[in-house]
Design a protein around this ligand. Structure first.
Ligand code: GTP
Ligand code: MG
Length: 191
């Protein structure tokens, strides 16, 4: 179980790394629900900042879980209103973080269950696979699709991603399947 969660720091410079512990990086476009997902997983209301304004998460934010691993909240991609130079800086930082990081266990790619994978999502997924990074796909906002249509939607999304090894659809509102993700993450940390 996730018993303890603590905000540790926000990185602007990758040289400023936190302690050597396993990390799970959350990636996804702006507004997909990354910060909400951290709050769901840690059973906290305001640990990570949730916003109605896309593009709120601007830095790599490290949350220490159970004193033994980090969840890393990243800025959302595909947010056009952020200035171009700033946007490029973040992309460069995340790429560096992915390329040179032995502590990173895997990437959790968040996709909107209702919207489905966008072009940016598909590009990111492919990029991560090309780097040889393991990707766990979590589809958020499952509550937005009526129960009768959920099976079909899941099949459609999985197909677009060429059937990823691990795919879990969740809701940060109803908390559906949050326990599944929690169990999965904790089992991977203990391996
Ligand atoms: P950035 O930090 O801008 O990249 O966004 P984010 O990915 O961290 O998204 P955030 O958690 O801030 O959520 C964006 C909006 O979506 C908020 O209004 C949330 O309340 C809403 N939201 C997040 N998850 C869910 C969900 O599972 N279901 C529904 N219905 N709304 C959600
Ligand atoms: Mg956020």
């Amino acid at each position: 179980m996730i018993k303890e969660a603590m905000y540790i720091k926000s990185l602007t410079d990758l040289k400023d790394k936190p302690d050597v512990l396993p990390q799970i990086l959350l990636l996804g476009r702006s507004n997909v629900g990354k910060s909400s997902f951290i709050n769901s997983l840690t059973n906290r209301k305001n640990l990570a900042r949730v916003s109605k304004t896309p593009g709120k998460t601007l830095l790599l934010n490290f949350y220490l879980i159970n004193q033994n691993f980090y969840l890393v909240d990243a800025p959302g991609y595909g947010y056009a209103r952020r200035s171009k130079s700033l946007k490029d800086d973040f992309i460069i930082m995340i790429e560096k973080f992915l390329l040179d990081n032995q502590d990173l266990l895997f990437v959790c790619l968040l996709i909107d269950f209702k919207v489905g994978p966008t072009k940016d999502d598909l590009n990111t997924y492919q990029f991560l696979r090309q780097l040889g990074r393991e990707v766990i796909v979590v589809a958020t906002k499952k509550d937005k699709i009526p129960k009768t249509k959920q099976f079909k939607q899941e099949k459609l999304i999985k197909g677009m991603l060429s059937n990823p090894e691990i795919f879990i659809a969740i809701s940060n509102v109803t908390k559906e399947n949050i326990d599944k993700v929690e169990t999965l993450f904790l089992s991977r940390i203990d391996e």
